[in-house]
Design a protein around this ligand. Structure first.
Ligand SMILES: C[S@@+](CC[C@H](N)C(=O)[O-])C[C@H]1O[C@@H](n2cnc3c(N)ncnc32)[C@H](O)[C@@H]1O
Length: 421
């Protein structure tokens, strides 16, 4: 018996949901209002998932996706949804999870906004992972959310592999020589960084071929990967050009390096920075989980005295360089958030990893800090931190959502917490 019907909800992770025969069916790439018939149903992580479906009636929320790889590529689950509907659904999911009604600000650009892409280089193809299939790869022709230049980057890589005979990675056997091509673009500077992640040291000949095929790069890296994990990380070695590229966000410049995280949507980043700034009070600010100093340096430029704490020493080095090139009053130190004495700051900004604050939440409760600005890409972790800990000392005074991730169900939340009387 074929299962089908009208999708009437969206799950917290952005899948269409319909009720059929008293059971829920989750349908990736389907939206509220669609009528579908499932072709292939599997149980995954305790829920029924339609891996393929026939679209019988289009939801009025639908639009024609721009990308030819939509529906198989794991990058964009919501490209078939009109942008207004994407924003409404993000707001709804955030409210359902946290109980907070927040305004949402859309991304100023919907195409070409991502400043980084990690193309996996495999024996099955070069591109991005298939949705829901860790061993499947979409052999990419273009990527409209990343860059118009994607075909050029991929052509250079294919030419390089053909000339050198280096073997692409085999996901099943976990063997091969070239694993990822990472490309980063400074959207406001036009600078390009190319970083090849490989399991072998390059010979002199290979390096010459590498430089030849990627001569357009302002910064060219070869990263040696010693482990077999499937991620785009290795020991980065500069091959040619500059060690960093720059991104410019209004009056602030940020350095970008292969080993450091940078917010992925350059066009929406000013909205995020201004939301944080709007909620920041007083003079002295602590940027906790500071990364490369994205918030701290922006706030320093606006006259705040900034201290920052981050556990990754390389990110701290970058943050201090970012402070220096922008001439701002900000000092970043290596440390764990949960081991930081909070001191007499007027505002603490926290932007923890997906798992949330954990022990650091109690430090904030015990501190005398009046204002906490919580930046979160995981509303469930924020909810837990707030309900279990922060609520003892802080009330929620405001929140704004910034859409850093168009065509996906993700959103960045900035929540203003004020100490209770
Ligand atoms: C979501 S990123 C935020 C980075 C930065 N705010 C930005 O916008 O670029 C989280 C950062 O927290 C750091 N981190 C993770 N656990 C930490 C801990 N226990 N103490 C301090 N920093 C931590 C990570 O290295 C990472 O740089």
């Amino acid at each position: 018996m074929k299962i089908g019907g009208r999708v009437d909800k969206i799950s917290d992770d952005g899948l269409g949901v319909l009720e059929a025969h008293g059971r829920k069916l989750h349908v990736p790439f389907a939206y509220p209002g669609d009528v579908i018939k499932a072709r292939k149903v599997r149980r995954r992580f305790g829920r029924k998932l339609a891996l393929d479906f026939e679209l019988i009636e289009w939801s009025p929320l639908r639009q024609t996706p721009r990308c030819p790889h939509f529906g198989t590529c794991g990058g964009c689950l919501w490209q078939g949804l009109k942008y207004k509907a994407q924003l409404e659904l993000k707001k709804d999911i955030f409210e359902r999870v946290t109980g907070i009604k927040a305004e949402i600000k859309g991304s100023p650009r919907l195409w070409g906004f991502r400043n980084v892409s990690n193309f996996i280089v495999t024996s099955k193809g070069i591109g991005l992972k298939e949705y829901g299939n860790p061993l499947g790869v979409v052999d990419l022709e273009e990527c409209p959310v990343f860059s118009k230049r994607t075909p050029e980057y991929l052509r250079s890589l294919t030419g390089f592999l053909r000339e050198t005979g280096l073997r692409p990675w085999n996901l099943r056997a976990k063997s091969g020589e070239v694993h990822y091509l990472q490309v980063r673009e400074g959207k406001f500077t036009g600078e390009v960084m190319v970083n090849l992640i490989a399991h072998v040291e390059p010979s002199g000949e290979v390096l010459e071929a590498f430089k030849g095929h990627f001569s357009f790069a302002d910064s060219l890296y070869w990263s040696l990967k010693a482990d077999k994990r499937d991620d785009p990380r290795g020991e980065a070695g500069l091959v040619a050009g500059e060690p960093y590229i720059r991104e410019r966000v209004e009056d602030v410049a940020y350095l970008i390096h292969p080993n450091s995280f940078f917010q992925t949507n350059s066009y929406a980043l000013p909205l995020l920075l201004k939301a944080v700034e709007r909620f920041t009070d007083g003079e002295r600010v602590l940027d906790l989980y500071s990364g490369v100093g994205t918030f701290g340096v922006w706030l320093g430029k606006r006259g705040f005295k900034v201290g920052g704490v981050e556990m990754n020493p390389f990110a701290v080095e970058m943050a201090n360089r970012n402070a220096q090139i922008n001439g701002v009053n900000a000092v970043f130190k290596v440390g764990k958030a949960e081991g930081t004495s909070i001191g007499d700051y007027d505002t603490v900004i926290v932007d923890p990893p997906r798992r949330g604050l954990k022990e650091a939440a109690e430090l904030l409760v015990k501190s005398g800090v009046e204002k906490v600005v919580y930046v979160s890409c995981n509303p469930k972790a924020f909810k837990l931190d707030y309900e279990r800990h922060l609520k003892k000392a802080y009330r929620i005074d405001g929140a704004v959502l910034i859409d850093m991730f168009p065509h996906t169900p993700h959103v960045e939340a900035v929540v203003e917490l004020v100490r209770k009387e």
